[in-house]
Design a protein around this ligand. Sequence first.
Ligand code: GTP
Ligand code: MG
Length: 458
Amino acid sequence: MGSVMSTVLFSRRHQSSTKGVPEIFSEKELKYPPSFQSRVICCASKEVLQTYLAWRQNDCHVNNLHDTCLWMLVKEGETERDAQEFLKGTQKQQKNELLFQKFRINYKNLPAMYRQGSCIFKAEVEENVKYNENGTPVKRLRRKARIVQSENIAGRSFWNELPSLLKEVGGFTEDVDKVNPEYVRFFQFEKKLMPSTWIVVRIDGCHFHRFSEVHEFEKPNDKQALNLMNSCAVAVLEEIQDIIFAYGVSDEYSFVLKKDSQFYQRQASEIVSVIVSFFSSMYVMKWKEFFPRKELKYPPSFDGRAVCYPSSKILQDYLAWRQVDCHINNQYNTCFWMLVIKKGKSKREAQNCLKGTQAQEKNELLIKEFNIDYNELETMFRQGSLAFWEKEDITMTHENTASVETSHRKVIVEHCDIIKPEFWEAHPSILDENHLLFEALINNFSYQHESLGKVPLP
Ligand code: GTP
Ligand code: MG
């Protein structure tokens, strides 16, 4: 038996607030961007993959049978809690009988997609690509994604009859008798991030070179595209309270989670996937707001990684590195596109012109050839963008009453130097561990007071 290494990306919806996608729910507005959490499971053999599939399909069946009963009971007038209570401990057979006797539903007749889930695989299909002069079609084999439902996706009869799966993975020699989820969970790869360290999740647009070409972004910097990135980053900070700071440039954003964060029990794949998927959904949702006259031609995607930094000093060094990178790239790109657009040079000629030039020489080139003072260019282009929480004092004035001073926290976006210490000195609360700890204690304490009906702390 040949050995197979397959990677299964297990994904589950993170929040139930998905209202739909425009093509499918044409009458419904997408109210909130969905996000997904994911987990990597390495299947070291075909048998593990087979057991994994059997487990997931069994879960689909068990959950769907339960949910069908639950919502039928609720439709009948039961409260959700009573219906849950009623179904507790019931076996499959009893649920089938309940559906049949009380609601005249034969569970087996419900749509296969609900009971069995869906499989997508690539299959070779013959397609007419063109016609000869004499009118006969020229056919080619193309790989196309197919969606199918099947009673037993881990069974030999399903798997071994699909040529593409047989070719990629090989056949299953036996059927799975009993699903043993513990066996599959054993292969689950859990990467818990080191405790008490700053977690940085850096996301980066996939193939944004192409994405920016297709969407005709201004070169080298498209202000609206960067504003869109910033707006999505603000939404991420608002959504995930443990993120205390973010720095973005071009198609990337670094999100910093507080040192003692317990978000997803510090599991890297969950944290990264939730941030990446929420950001990507938000990007699509907000597109029209920033590009009202441009059609989004295809959905963008972002990759992500998590890195731990043990001290605020090293974290600041990391952020400084990203800002230095922003500066170097922006200065190069400004010169490059000026040479191409304004001087009519080819991309290769522009590259050769800039080869080996230092920062000072590039600044001189911009001044001499194009009358551009690099330091006068937009700060957002030169220094990137920071997003962080800040207290805002507001005075509320009501008619006939004295004005009241209140303060609330708000995510703001700024463009400034984070390499020098001044920014961090002016905003000590961002990385102040004692302050954060103190705040957490206060919040917790005042919450307990409120829940006990006592006066909350000021
Ligand atoms: P991968 O990240 O490896 O998938 O490649 P990538 O094509 O996304 O390139 P990379 O992340 O290294 O760099 C980002 C790319 O996005 C830049 O090279 C530009 O081509 C493009 N880009 C980002 N921001 C802008 C912008 O404001 N205007 C334009 N015109 N292009 C941009
Ligand atoms: Mg990229």
